[in-house]
Ligand binder design. Structure first.
Ligand code: SIN
Length: 328
C-alpha cells in the first residue's frame, strides 16, 4: 500500500512538472558585445521588446550586451551548443564558417552605407545569409554598424603615418593584410579588450565605426580619429538551424517579423549615429578628428586595394563584382 501511494505521488509530481514546462515560455538569449546605445544594441532591445509584447507568455527574449555572456570569439560556438539562441557578430568574425562573408572586409569596396545596403538587399547579399546553413547557422538579416574610421595617437593622413604602428583588428585575415599593406602591425584581439589596450598603450591604434568609438570611449584614449571610411563594420544577426527549425511555425513567423522590424530600426540608428556621434566626439575636445583631402585618401586606396587580389579566390569574383556594382 505504501509502495502504491509513493508511486501515485511520483506520477502526480511528474504530471505537474510536464504541465509546468508546457506552459513555460521559450527563452531566447540574444548575446552581443557592444553597448546598448549603439545600432546593434538598440536592435537587440527593440527585438526583445517586440517579441516579449507580441508573444507574451510564449517567448521570453533576454538580451546580454557588452560581452556579459560571451565575447564574439565564443558566441557562435555557444549558439551551436544551444546556450545562446541569437547573436550578431560583425561580418569579420565568420571566417571559420564561411570565407564568402569576407567580402565585407575588403578595404575601399563600398563607397558608403547606401551601397552596402544595396548589396546586402540584392540577390547575392541575400544568398550569403544562408552561406553557413550546412554548418548549422542561419542569417536572419544584416545590421549596419557603420563605415570604419582609423584612430591612433598620432595623426593619420597618409599610409606612411601608419607605418610601424600596432593596430588592434578583429579576427580577420583580410584586415590583417590591410594593415600589413601600409607597413603596420595588426593584432587580433577581442573587442572587450580594446579600451584597455589603447589606454595602456599596448597598441597604437584601431579601426571601428563611430558608435563603437563613442560608446566604448576609445576617443578618450586616442589623440586622433581619421574619417577614412575605408571599410564597413556591419553585422549578421544569426541563429542556429536547430533552434530555428524547432520553433512552432506561428512563433517562427512572428519572431522573424519582429526581427525584420528591429533590423530596420537598428539600421536607421546606424545612419543617424554616423553623423551625430562624430559631432559628439568632436565636441568633447578629447580627440582631434581629421578629414582627408581627396589626394590623401587616394594614397590609402592605392596602398590597401591590392589586398583584394589575394582574397579573390577565397571569396569568389562573382561576389566581389556584385559588391562593386552596388556603388553605381
Ligand atoms: C562589434 O561592433 O560587434 C565589435 C566590433 C569589434 O570587434 O571591433
Amino acid at each position: 500500500m505504501r509502495k502504491l501511494t509513493a508511486g501515485l505521488f511520483m506520477a502526480a509530481a511528474m504530471m505537474t512538472a510536464t504541465v509546468a514546462s508546457a506552459a513555460d515560455p521559450i527563452v531566447v538569449k540574444f548575446s552581443h558585445v557592444v553597448a546598448e546605445n549603439t545600432p546593434k544594441g538598440q536592435l537587440a532591445n527593440k527585438f526583445r521588446d517586440l517579441v516579449n509584447e507580441r508573444l507574451a507568455g510564449k517567448v521570453l527574449v533576454e538580451v546580454y550586451p557588452s560581452s556579459q555572456l560571451y565575447g564574439d570569439n565564443k558566441v557562435l560556438e555557444a549558439m551551436l551548443l544551444g546556450d545562446v539562441q541569437i547573436a550578431g557578430p560583425s561580418l569579420s568574425k565568420f571566417s571559420k564558417y564561411t570565407k564568402k562573408l569576407q567580402v565585407f572586409d575588403l578595404p575601399f569596396l563600398f563607397k558608403d552605407l547606401a551601397a552596402v545596403d544595396k548589396f546586402q538587399q540584392g540577390p547575392v547579399g541575400q544568398k550569403l545569409l544562408m552561406s553557413m546553413k550546412k554548418k548549422g547557422i542561419i542569417g536572419l538579416g544584416y545590421n549596419h554598424g557603420g563605415m570604419k574610421q582609423l584612430s591612433a595617437n598620432k595623426p593619420l593622413r597618409t599610409p606612411a603615418d601608419a607605418e610601424g604602428l600596432k593596430f588592434r583588428i578583429m579576427t580577420s585575415d583580410i584586415l590583417s593584410a590591410q594593415f600589413e599593406a601600409v607597413g603596420a602591425t595588426p593584432l587580433k584581439k577581442p573587442f572587450s579588450e580594446v579600451f584597455t589596450l589603447l589606454q595602456t598603450k599596448a597598441i597604437d591604434g584601431q579601426e571601428n565605426h563611430w558608435p563603437n568609438i563613442y560608446s566604448k570611449k576609445f576617443f578618450e584614449v586616442q589623440d586622433y580619429v581619421t574619417q577614412s571610411d575605408h571599410g564597413v563594420l556591419d553585422y549578421l544577426i544569426v541563429t542556429s538551424t536547430e533552434f530555428w527549425d524547432s520553433l512552432p511555425d506561428d512563433i517562427r513567423t512572428e519572431m522573424k517579423k519582429a526581427m525584420d522590424e528591429a533590423i530596420a530600426f537598428g539600421n536607421k540608428v546606424a545612419y543617424d549615429q554616423a553623423i551625430e556621434v562624430r559631432k559628439k566626439v568632436e565636441a568633447s575636445g578629447r580627440t582631434k578628428v581629421i578629414d582627408l583631402t581627396p589626394e590623401e585618401r587616394a594614397q590609402w586606396v592605392e596602398a590597401m586595394k591590392p589586398v583584394w587580389a589575394k582574397f579573390e579566390g577565397e571569396i569568389g569574383k562573382d561576389i566581389i563584382d556584385a559588391a562593386v556594382a552596388s556603388n553605381m
